[in-house]
Ligand binder design. Structure first.
Ligand SMILES: *Cc1c(COP(=O)(O)O)cnc(C)c1O
Length: 356
């Protein structure tokens, strides 16, 4: 029986996407060939890549606005490195906002390329909030932030207004909410949280920001090489790109980012309401910074852990254990998570209260 999958990533995808992706593994477009064995240069796959690149921009409202979309490999972690390689001026600086483990990882890589200024951090409070008061120095090549902190369950509700190019790691909330995406110069997102299977990273780059560092960049790390080869500099992750396209098509049919934002708000509000109402539980993230995607919470009394764990497992729930650095629970309720699954979890929380 299909489980209610609250895993943080790799994570749930729409059931319809699983079905179409498995069909394509057996026979892609009635070609008599599997998606796993066709040439990435075949007409059918080039069409997939072209549509995926165009649809990513369309869903974010960036179509025709001077942006390029790429589907690369190496995970969001490789972008931690590729961003400074391509954007930090030789001998220059970059500014970072440290809001969680992934932001720390990005900072660590940037330090290899030049002075990396951490404008603010919430590390001293185990990243339970998003710092809001900080200044971005005027002489940095870019400012990097993480829109959603997957591990701690916080999310940026606003982004700084600045002339400095904004770079954002949106791995765990891409396509989940309506914001002005054109405020960013570069966006990246590993597919396995809200878009597809592990194996590809969506990178969106504003025209005109590349080739200004004075640094020579190895081809495979050079965004402009990937752009000139239309995201086919080498063999792309064919299946991950195809499955991501299926998810984007699913989202478009649903009404796009506007429609999913409303659904995501409904799901998150239901769950946070129960966390706040139920005397056995408390939230982890500061209320105003709560994520719509990753809901972190704990039991007030750890003695009930065993019985609660047994109850949610019996309810066919999977993947709600918190990250080891936070403890407690984390319910990841990405785009594809049905509201019914959130209700199942809420009912288990209520049942625990009634039992005790
Ligand atoms: C999961 C995650 C990453 C790391 O992604 P990989 O694809 O495993 O490299 C980076 N940033 C955020 C915000 C994440 O949630």
């Amino acid at each position: 029986m299909k489980k209610h999958n609250f895993s943080a990533g790799p994570s749930i995808l729409p059931q319809e996407v699983f079905k179409k992706a498995s069909q394509a593994v057996l026979d892609f477009n009635n070609s008599g060939l599997s998606i796993l064995e066709i040439s990435h240069r075949s007409k059918d796959f080039v069409a997939v890549m072209d549509e995926a690149r165009a649809l990513a921009l369309e869903l974010l409202g960036l179509e025709g606005k001077g942006y390029q979309a790429l589907f690369l490999q190496g995970g969001a972690s490789l972008e931690f490195l590729r961003v400074p390689y391509n954007l930090m001026k030789e001998g220059g600086k970059a500014a970072y906002l440290e809001t969680g483990t992934w932001a720390t990882g990005a900072i660590k890589q940037a330090k290899q390329f030049g002075e990396t200024i951490v404008v603010a951090t919430s590390k001293e409070e185990n990243f339970s909030y998003v710092p809001k008061k900080y200044e971005i120095p005027s002489d940095v090549s870019y400012f990097h932030c993480t829109s959603n902190n997957t591990i701690f369950g916080t999310q940026m509700k606003e982004f700084p207004k600045t002339d400095i190019p904004l770079v954002c790691d949106m791995s765990s909330d891409i396509f989940s909410r309506k914001i002005d995406y054109s405020q960013f110069s570069l966006i990246y997102a590993g597919a396995q949280k809200n878009m597809g299977p592990a194996g590809t990273t969506l990178v969106i780059i504003k025209d005109g920001i590349l080739n200004k560092t004075g640094r020579s960049i190895p081809s495979i790390l050079d965004y402009s090489q990937h752009i000139s080869k239309e995201s086919m500099l080498n063999t792309p992750p064919v299946f991950a790109v195809y499955t991501s396209l299926l998810t984007m098509q699913w989202l478009k049919n649903l009404g796009g980012v506007d429609a999913i934002e409303k659904i995501n708000e409904t799901k998150a509000n239901l769950l946070y309401k129960e966390i706040d109402r139920n005397p056995l539980f408390k939230g982890v993230a500061k209320t105003e910074d709560r994520s719509l995607m990753n809901v972190t919470f704990t039991l007030n009394n750890p003695e009930y852990q065993e019985i609660f764990d047994k109850m949610w497992k019996e309810a066919n729930i999977s993947g709600i254990n918190g990250h080891r650095s936070v403890g407690g629970y984390r319910a990841s309720i990405y785009n594809a998570m049905p509201i019914e699954s959130v209700e199942v979890l809420i009912n288990v929380m209520k049942d625990l209260e009634n039992k005790i």
